[in-house]
Ligand binder design. Structure first.
Ligand code: ADP
Ligand code: MG
Length: 263
């Protein structure tokens, strides 16, 4: 059975891409076969997994528009993870898809063709709530929301919750909101914890365990285009490994996903 997990938050810089890359690598280390999908025209996930978006001939853009078979566009990465890459072409996909019937289902239809080759498919949504994110949420079984633990973390969360509800009502009744992932977490202060419990309470969002601490290693990793999980000893990598185990137990053993007690 294939699990499809969307990582969504229309706010930029909350570690969506880092979460997809790190969870993908950690799940692959647990022997899952993993596909990661870059749905952001910026192509940051594609770049961080070792492929230059400017040099690719075909991408998820062509797949969504029906011009390429998904199987022909998939790329290997250094991480035992398969990538459906994005290029800047995807910036035009919003407008092109808008004119098509069933536009929210384009990714779902494409993934169905390769899903049986993978245990887990992770979708890196763009920083907007447009057609691309709707495609991600429509294709997914579950969604997680990275939340940066800063004062304005709650801004936009209500709008995202409404979008999830609308997708559940219209294009994907089976979509499950699994919870938030606390990112860029600073365990030394109570501030991160207070912000997080406030947002979690306000929106009834469980916070998945563990929080992901802020570490310098992550900033360095994405700058150099290498995986954040290489140099495996840092706190951030360890936290993503624990989160991957948490999710994997939930999927494989049917356990409840473990959540953090913030009180
Ligand atoms: P998004 O995809 O939501 O825009 P990114 O994953 O690109 O966010 O992360 C935004 C920035 O924060 C990147 O420069 C990334 O390297 C950095 N970052 C992400 N997670 C961490 C972390 N745990 N510690 C330090 N920096 C991080
Ligand atoms: Mg991103």
């Amino acid at each position: 059975m294939t699990r499809i997990l969307a990582v969504a938050n229309q706010k930029g810089g909350v570690a969506k891409t880092t979460t997809v890359a790190s969870l993908g690598a950690a799940l692959a280390d647990l022997d899952a076969s993993v596909l990661v999908v870059d749905l952001d025209p910026q192509g940051c996930l594609t770049f961080s997994l070792g492929h230059n978006p400017d040099e690719l001939e075909a991408s998820v853009h062509d797949v969504l528009l029906g011009d390429e078979e998904i199987a022909d566009v998939l790329l290997d990465t250094g991480d035992k993870v398969t990538l459906l890459p994005a290029t800047i072409d995807l910036a035009g996909a919003e407008a092109l898809l808008l004119m098509r019937p069933g536009r929210e289902y384009a990714l779902k239809r494409a993934l169905a063709e390769v899903a049986e080759d993978f245990d887990v498919i992770l979708i890196d949504c763009p920083p907007s709530l447009g057609v691309l994110t709707l495609n991600g949420l429509t294709a997914a079984d579950q969604v997680i929301v990275p939340l940066q633990c800063e004062t304005l973390a709650h801004r936009g969360v209500g709008q995202l919750m409404r979008t999830v509800t609308e997708v559940q009502q219209i294009t994907n009744p089976g979509l499950q909101l699994l919870g938030a992932v606390a990112t860029l977490f600073d365990a030394r202060t109570t501030h991160s914890r207070d912000v997080l419990s406030d947002v979690a309470d306000r929106y009834g969002l469980p916070v998945l365990d563990p929080p992901i601490p802020r570490t310098v290693r992550f900033a360095e990793a994405s700058a150099s285009g290498t995986s954040v999980m290489q140099g495996r000893k840092n706190k951030g990598a360890t936290a993503y490994r624990e989160l991957a185990e948490n999710l994997w137990k939930h999927w494989e053993a049917g356990e409840q996903v473990r959540t953090s007690d913030l009180s």
